[in-house]
Design a protein around this ligand. Sequence first.
Ligand code: NHR
Ligand code: GAR
Length: 222
Amino acid sequence: MPTLDNACRVVVLISGSGSNLQALIDGQIAGELPIRIEAVISNQPDVYGIERAQKHNIPTHVLAHKDYPDRASFDDALASAIDSYQPTLVVLAGFMRILTPEFVRHYTGRMLNIHPSLLPKYQGLHTHQRALDNKDEAHGVSVHFVTEELDGGPIIIQAIVPILEGDTVDTLSRRVQAQEHIIYPMAVDWFAKERLTIKEDSVSLDNELLPKTGHQIDSRTT
Ligand code: NHR
Ligand code: GAR
């Protein structure tokens, strides 16, 4: 795949199928993203995301959290693995382990997460089910900088999707994922081009302060 000498060095953390990882790989290969994915690390063995990386000759590691006595020792091992690649950016792409404050502080301002809700709504897990249970008319997905507060860091971009009559977790999460694969590469592109800065608990893009929701894309109208 084409590599740029000045490409942003990225390590991606996954726990599952890695479709967001694939969107980043595709952007890198197409020459649309000025990044080089240096490694993919999973806390779950035998996930499809690891295969996706191997298909593109990206180094992979499995660090099974179950092999460690506590969160701190898992996070220490994870940080050592990540730092051996000297990344500029760490991307959580469907990564399902809560990270300790010490770990998060080490990557302040250089770690992103994608969360399947319109934050600050529905922090934590089971977001699609919760949006359906509450009979929301809209749902969505957010990309944010990771801070010690779970799913609470400054938001870069959100995509809004409609909730339709008869939606299930399956149909709704598919609609959300299609937007994930658009907005995560956009946020990573902005980061790699050094267009993002954190200002208190908001984000600036090209020195323009974004709203608390981040840049918003409304898939209902576009
Ligand atoms: N860590 C910190 N400190 N801050 C964030 O914002 C984080 C984070 C770690 C992961 C992703 C997050 C999401 O997008 C993320 C953001 C896992 C859980 C969880 O409860 C919650 C939020 C997120 C990821 N994990 C369980 C745990 O005990 C395990 C669940 C499982 O294995 O299925 O770690 O939603
Ligand atoms: C994505 O939908 C992402 O929003 C969600 O997991 C999926 C991972 O898909 N993330 C979380 O729920 C984080 N707690 P992928 O492995 O195909 O990219």
